[in-house]
Design a protein around this ligand. Sequence first.
Ligand code: AVJ
Length: 334
Amino acid sequence: MSDPTPAGASPGFTIDVLLSEDDWAEHLRDETLAGLREDPPSTPPVWFYDAAGSELFDKITLLDEYYPTRAERAILAAHADEIATLGSANSLIELGAGSADKTRLLLQGLAAGGPLQRYVPVDCSQPALVDAGARVTREFPGLPVEAIVADFNAHLPHFPRGDRRMIAFLGSTIGNFTPSARASFLQDVAMHLAPADTLLLGTDLVKSPERLVAAYNDAAGVTADFNRNSMAVMNRQLGADFEIDQFRHDAVWNAEDSRIEMRLVADSDQRVVFDGLGGHAIEVLADGWIRTEISVKFTQGQVATELSEVGLDVVGQWTDPDGDFLLTLAAKPS
Ligand code: AVJ
């Protein structure tokens, strides 16, 4: 038998493109238009993340007020080995190209339990995958990295089969989903989970409104810059004509729906035209707003309930010492 990775050769790093740039752009236009037609109008959080916005997000994760990233990392630092033992996976599929630290902690834990067959980062952004893949290839030489450019809401059935997969969806990204989008996503994951597979889900937890609001309205104004940058992105990428100076950042705790809402509030009556969306226009009156993101906060029980509603059992749940964030490992009942 020939060795597929001869000594000295660079280990396997492949990128499989399931999603063309055009298809993704069209999907985002449809999704944006649907949100703009609602009352109040909303835009999907994807418009935060151009190069400048991604840098601002990295700064957010370092703010005193923004605890989720640190809390999730603390959980993984303390419990990755236990999570890996319970999951006993030999393939890690990560939805959303993860931050270096979190991926490293998980891969280390999994590798300790036996040889890893592959790391599969999945993201809609090819550059993000090239970064994530290169990082992991450097740190885990010999571990095959099979990146996939995909819309993980549509392409779950096309992910590599392999036995004993752990599908990780970290960072509380699921908090951006509406209840119906969340339910259908979990339903899809459950449907494609083989008996030996697991889902590792990161969710932010309900806490005092003061701390929640501070996390999304930091004193240094980084989150405000992050939110307001999305207007520049939409002006560029959707041919919009936001008068950026006329909108201010706000973050509000919506207790009824258990979520933080990020908003762009108009200082004066505004009309915004989106040339790239067939000239669709919205009117926002003074002190009216566009909702740019929801960030749902959960309880441990709520997460377990939603998983059981799609036929998944909780294998384990872990929080950080302050009880701010939650990791849940779930699987089909054995
Ligand atoms: C990346 C979606 C988890 O909801 O906390 C941070 C994004 N928005 N500050 C979150 C975000 C404002 C973040 N997620």
